[in-house]
Design a binder for this molecule. Structure first.
Ligand code: NAD
Length: 260
């Protein structure tokens, strides 16, 4: 379905971003991977995806907190792969702390990576999408784009912000073949969440298994994690023609978190 299209997925060396990259690659899109990690492992990932799906896969190490590196990554993808048709703004970090003791430096980093990076990437990619009158911009927000939790002030602010950005871009592109939507996952078991489970186990004197069940039980009625594969499948759907008139939407994949 996506053969001949090129997709950039930011933060795709791990977790949800990797799930999205795999799903888009399986649907035939050429890929630009981005994110941090061990160089050998990233190269294995890159060549593995290329071989498995018979697509071209590049890797760009842009730090998503650096606007000039984001612009350079988009320009390089346009030059090397011909276009950026699909942009998935997924890179994100977390830090938890009561607001009184929340380090200002963590606030700045979360706002830069979880929110401002999407602004810069969209600004850089949109002219190319307008030229071909086709594009898909998908912002990976969170249930925390719509509701809050304690000790996550920066994350909640950034995720609420990205839903606002999603709507604004959807309106500015409404009369074109470019759509902009957001996906709002609940708990997905990735390294970002495993850190929170580990911290919880230590704080409450629980096993990892107990801490995992407690974390899910508090917020996610299904009692199950959503998976990176499921988030990837939603992104493939958003790239399909069936989703051509979905604009500015925030799609929950949250085991019922937001239904409460
Ligand atoms: P993860 O830690 O597994 O992956 C994050 C990815 O972002 C990695 O590839 C990492 O290298 C990359 N990254 C981090 N900082 C970067 C930077 N400065 N520049 C470039 N890349 C950078 O986390 P995840 O759980 O897969 O999270 C992915 C996205 O999904 C985030 O935006 C997160 O907020 C969102 N999300 C996650 C969950 C969840 O339960 N895991 C729920 C809702 C939303």
């Amino acid at each position: 379905m996506l053969k001949g299209k090129t997709a950039i997925v930011t933060g795709s060396t791990s977790g949800i971003g990797l799930g999205i990259a795999r799903a888009l690659g399986e649907a035939g899109a050429n890929l630009v991977l981005n994110g941090f990690g061990d160089a050998d492992q990233i190269e294995k990932l890159r060549s593995g995806l290329a071989a498995e799906f018979g697509i071209r896969v590049d890797y760009n190490a842009a730090d998503m907190s650096r606007p000039e590196q984001i612009h350079a990554m988009i320009a390089s993808a346009q030059e090397q792969l011909g276009a950026v048709d699909i942009l998935v703004n997924n890179a994100g970090i977390q830090h938890t702390s009561p607001i009184e003791t929340f380090p200002a430096e963590r606030w700045d980093a979360i706002l830069a990576i979880n929110l401002s990076s999407a602004f810069h990437a969209i600004q850089a990619a949109l002219p190319g999408m307008r030229a071909s009158n086709w594009g898909r911009i998908i912002n990976i927000a969170s249930v925390h784009g719509l509701v809050a939790s304690v000790d996550k002030s920066a994350y909640v602010a950034a995720k609420h912000g990205i839903l606002g950005l999603t709507k604004a871009v959807a309106l500015e592109t409404a009369k074109t073949g470019i759509t902009c939507n957001a996906v709002c996952p609940g708990w997905v078991l990735t390294p970002l969440v495993q850190k929170q489970i580990d911290a919880r186990a230590e704080r409450d004197g629980q096993t990892i298994e107990q801490a995992r069940s407690a974390l899910l039980g508090e917020k996610q009625p299904s009692g199950d994690f959503a998976t990176p594969e499921e988030i990837g499948a939603v992104c493939v759907f958003l790239c399909s023609s069936a989703a051509a008139q979905m604009r500015g939407a925030a799609l929950p994949v949250d085991g019922g978190w937001l239904a409460q």
